[in-house]
Design a protein around this ligand. Structure first.
Ligand code: GDP
Length: 483
């Protein structure tokens, strides 16, 4: 019954949205990716470029001079936190530090007035489009498969993954405690908390920089949003046992909490947010995974497969039992391309395509257009060449963040420095090859740079933030709705 009621509500919502949309056309754009993939920076840069008439030669509406005016408006959903655009811009532009990353869902509305060329748009929209941007952690999406799994299946798979060679060491304290805990005895809150903490610590350790493993569900264990410490997050997988658990056992309690997590956290998230999206961008940090080695790349691929699953219509409906609006464009983009020389940008793009092809091998996206891209939402570097032993080496330069190091040199956050980042492999398959002694086969010299100084006009107004191919992303995601 709940399923039917859900569907009816969503159908009513969709109709209401459509009716509202006739008077005022809207586009709901989802922005996701695992933590630190660049969501906050992407949204801030996109909005800043639209508001300040950025250099966007590949964004048709801008190129053809049809964009008239872009402005912020109150978002339509009062219960969702607003994306803190103003704070993020102040950090990037005034202080030249990277803004605070996404920790939960947030939303903002940007409205664009444009000269409508198409008859339909002139007639119905008067040349106005409201863009609702929804920012949310990719970790939460990876919970989708849980909806189709009971506690036993979840436990079995989570423990299997924890025992994989690359994870086993990190999972050791958790796995060891699982062996000793008496899950069929009467439950105690402290046992539940202890296991949940050990399990969360293990998931968190997997994300540490040098390992860069993508995450595993449950997504809220790493990105709890406002649920931190609640019983729905205080559970963990358990080793199997024979027979059915006693009602007051730890096993029964963990099972109940797992089900509560699904019904109170996962389903509402999909129902209230994901079903209403029109378009989606998924950001990935491919270079970080490559720097951590082939195992991390395989892991990223697994996460990407999971993320993309959520946008396959048939699959989504089957798993959630929810009826969703159709996402008609899906963009998978590698961010931070300003860390490599432009000669390697095509290679990075080939790598993203390779990851996506593998991830979507069995998937069909029923008419949804899927595209891939390498970009930098904010370009923190410039390019140049230096002569070394008679060869011209392509380098990038920028201001490394205070405390960054290369070799034994530590930077102070002020001086501009040129580095040779290294090349990406010409054959995208090479990212899956293992280096010697567990070293990554294709490391990139990766230094974190400060955000760039933004040019200002004569009267001191800030011009837009520099980027690489952000305009291509915008053309794919928005261009056709501004004709
Ligand atoms: P989120 O967790 O997905 O919201 O990630 P953020 O947008 O906060 O980005 C995480 C970090 O990646 C930032 O603090 C920056 O250091 C870096 N970053 C993100 N986007 C870019 C980019 O376009 N260029 C550069 N150079 N760094 C970026």
């Amino acid at each position: 019954l709940t399923g039917i009621a859900d569907e009816a509500l969503i159908a009513v919502d969709t109709v209401m949205d459509r009716i509202a949309g006739l008077a005022e056309p809207t586009l709901r754009l989802g922005v996701t990716g695992l933590s630190r993939s660049g969501k906050t920076v992407f949204i801030t840069a996109l909005v800043h470029n639209l508001l300040h008439g950025g250099r966007l030669p590949l964004f048709e509406p801008q190129k053809t001079g049809r964009l008239r005016h872009a402005y912020l408006e109150p978002q339509p959903d009062d219960a969702v936190p607003r994306f803190q655009y103003e704070d993020h811009v102040a950090a990037l532009v005034k202080e030249r530090v990277w803004p605070e990353s996404t920790r939960a869902i947030s939303e903002m509305r940007l409205t664009v007035d444009y000269d409508a060329g198409s008859f339909m748009n002139r007639l119905f929209s008067g040349g106005r489009l409201s863009l609702d941007i929804v920012d949310y952690p990719g970790e939460w999406l990876l919970d989708l498969p849980l909806l189709g799994k009971d506690f036993e299946a979840f436990s079995r798979e989570a423990i299997e993954l924890a025992r994989l060679p690359i994870r086993a060491k990190l999972a050791e304290p958790f796995l060891a405690r699982l062996q000793t805990i008496e899950a069929d005895k009467t439950a105690s809150e402290s046992d539940a908390r202890e296991l949940a903490t050990l399990f969360t610590d293990y998931l968190r350790a997997c994300r540490a920089d040098e390992l860069a493993l993508s995450t595993l569900p449950p997504g809220r264990f790493l990105m709890p949003g406002d649920l931190e410490g609640s019983p729905a997050l205080t559970f963990s997988p358990l080793l199997p046992s024979d027979g059915s658990p006693a009602r007051d056992s730890l096993r029964a309690m963990m099972g109940r909490r797992y089900e509560a997590y699904k019904s109170h956290v996962v389903r509402p998230f999909f129902r209230e947010h994901i079903t209403r999206l029109d378009r989606q961008i998924v950001l990935i940090d491919a270079m970080q995974a490559m720097n951590a080695g082939a195992d991390a790349v395989v892991d990223l691929e697994r996460a990407l497969t999971g993320l993309m699953e959520c946008f396959r219509q048939g699959r989504f409906n089957a798993m959630t039992g929810l009826f969703s609006r159709k996402i008609d464009r899906l963009l998978i983009a590698a961010t931070k391309a300003d860390h490599i020389h432009h000669e390697s940008h095509e290679r990075l793009e080939a790598i993203v395509k390779r990851l996506v092809d593998k991830a979507s091998q069995r998937a069909s996206y029923h008419g949804a257009e899927v595209a891939t891209l390498a970009m930098a939402a904010v370009r923190a570097t410039r390019e140049g060449t230096v002569q070394q032993n008679g060869h011209a080496l392509p380098v990038i330069s920028g201001v490394p963040i205070a405390g960054e190091t290369i070799g034994d040199e530590t930077f102070d956050g002020q001086a501009r420095t040129a580095i040779f980042p290294g090349d990406l492999p010409p054959d995208p398959d090479a990212i899956f090859t293992r280096g010697k002694d567990g070293e990554p086969a294709h490391p990139i010299r990766f230094v974190r740079f400060r955000p760039p100084a933004v040019e200002t006009t004569a009267n001191g107004a800030a011009l837009s933030l520099p980027h690489i191919r952000l305009d291509r992303a915008m053309q794919f995601l928005l261009g056709d709705r501004l004709v």
